[in-house]
Design a protein around this ligand. Structure first.
Ligand code: 4NP
Length: 164
């Protein structure tokens, strides 16, 4: 389990392409934070791969989160950069492959900021599965995981703040 999260002021969500899972996570977390009155938390997302740099999220990802009142149409894909490791308190990867790629690039004093999303948020040793090559059910499943995990993480940040 990670250290107390009361001082979390910035979160980077990471997946492979930065057009499905991590922009969905960024948008879901941002909208929920506004609804929960979480205050200023800087959010961003990126991919470990560079195939989609500059692209908007996949249309299926945009449509899925829009069903839940979340707009990610303005986001544009980028690849993780060395400077990210100094700029974010938490770096949450969608799956174990992303986790291995990111930890291999991170300096040793930043390793403890990097976690698998579902491990940190719900204490579940599971990946958020890549929905890119699947059908619509995959995007619904990803949405559910990200919404549940985001709610749990926000509750934890708020309870850690309250126990200061
Ligand atoms: P994401 O999904 O990592 O959730 O954004 C993918 C999007 C594109 C590719 C792979 C995964 N791709 O290989 O182009």
């Amino acid at each position: 389990m990670a250290a107390a999260l009361h001082a979390t002021t910035s979160i980077l969500f990471v997946c492979l392409g930065n057009i499905c899972r991590s922009p969905m996570a960024e948008g879901i977390f941002r909208t929920m934070a506004q609804q929960n009155g979480l205050g200023e938390i800087r959010l961003d997302s990126c991919g470990t791969g560079g195939w989609h740099i500059g692209d908007p999220p996949d249309s299926r990802a945009i449509a899925k989160v829009a069903e839940y009142g979340v707009d990610i149409s303005d986001l544009r894909a980028r690849q993780i950069a060395a400077s990210d490791f100094g700029r974010f308190d938490l770096i949450l990867t969608m799956d174990s492959a992303n986790f291995d790629t990111v930890t291999a690039q991170a300096p040793s004093d930043r390793q403890n900021r990097i976690h698998r999303f579902l491990h940190l948020t719900l204490d579940r040793p599971e990946d958020v599965p890549d929905p890119y090559y699947g059908g619509p059910d995959g995007f619904e499943q990803v949405h559910r995981m990200l919404a549940e995990g985001s709610a749990a993480l926000q509750a934890r940040i708020q309870s850690d703040r309250a126990s200061l």
